[in-house]
Design a protein around this ligand. Structure first.
Ligand SMILES: [Cu+2]
Length: 308
């Protein structure tokens, strides 16, 4: 077993310990003194049907809400490789029951930490709970996000690192990017602004050879899927468009609107997946989110629905 897997096992045991203390109603509160030594999830209840209560952005932890993402290999060679992984429950058993969300039981997003590689793939699970998929890897440090809903639980995105050995160029600094070229003459432009802790609407427009694209095809039930990753720690947000293909009012491009709430001010990398001519393409844009006006208090109850 790899070091990371062993550590994950330790983390699960730690979570179990605290879960037990929680269930037994011990005299110390939710933040036990010993929790200062442990990982962030040690302070969380591990009951599987509870949402994480700390409102941490998704994707920052490999273990959360009683579930752990464990890779089969912590490192893979560059090239087209098979990535294998397992979602384990708080007892360490592989999870095999998942709800279908956007036509799939699990969405796997991979991004190189320097934001120069992005993949959104749909692994296949065997009867033992091991998921497998082919991935295209270039040298560097990759972040692997598993976006899923365990049956009986809440939607969850776990993240962990995968190393791909080899020589990499020093990362170049990012810059806000509102228009980007995609393969085959496609381009994507974004209008609108992000505000930390508040909803805002982004309009993404797809063109090809300078002409608006009006024949987008539904991909996983929508005309676009948007993943936002905060620069620095890769906090994760997966957003679906306003409107559904076939609802009588949503057009097949060129504009796809998203209501997005990023957790904080800062720089965000946006990856739009869209489908046309039977081909799924990804566009990479970069926006800076401003701080919310000081007087406003974000109301979590008012922001439901942006996630799915
Ligand atoms: Cu997906």
């Amino acid at each position: 077993m790899s070091t990371a897997a062993a550590l994950t096992g330790f983390a699960a045991a730690l979570a179990l310990t605290f879960g037990g203390a929680w269930a037994a109603g011990s005299s110390f509160g939710p933040v036990a003194p010993a929790a200062a030594h442990g990982a962030e999830h040690a302070t969380e209840p591990t009951t599987q049907d509870r949402m994480p209560t700390d409102h941490l952005p998704a994707g920052l932890a490999a273990s959360r809400a009683g579930y752990t993402l464990e890779l089969g290999d912590d490192a893979l060679e560059a090239g087209t490789r098979e990535l294998a992984f397992t979602i384990r429950d708080s007892g360490g058993a592989p999870v095999t029951s998942f709800d279908v969300e956007h036509e799939k039981r699990l969405h796997l997003i991979m991004v190189r930490r320097d934001q120069t590689g992005f993949q959104h793939v749909h692994p296949v699970m065997d009867e033992h709970g091991t998921w497998r998929t082919a991935v295209d890897l270039t040298p560097g440090s990759w972040r692997v996000f598993a976006d899923f809903t365990p049956t009986g639980g809440s939607a969850l995105t776990l993240g962990t690192d995968l190393a791909v050995p080899g020589t990499t160029a020093p990362p170049s600094a990012s810059a806000p990017t509102r228009t980007t070229q995609v393969d085959d003459g496609f381009a994507v432009t974004v209008a609108g602004d992000l505000r930390g802790g508040q909803d805002s609407t982004l309009r993404l427009q797809v063109s090809r050879d300078g002409r608006p694209v009006t024949d987008l095809e539904p991909y996983l039930g929508a005309y676009g899927h948007l993943v936002a990753l905060r620069e620095g720690d890769l906090a994760y947000l997966h957003v679906h468009p306003n409107g559904t293909p076939g609802d009588g009012r949503t057009t097949a491009g060129p504009a796809v609107d998203f209501t997005v709430e990023v957790p904080t001010a800062g720089r965000y990398h946006l990856y739009l997946d869209f489908k046309q001519g039977g081909v799924v393409r990804s566009a990479h844009l970069v926006l800076d989110a401003s701080a919310p006006p000081a007087a406003t208090t974000p109301d979590p109850a008012a922001t439901g629905g942006h996630d799915h």
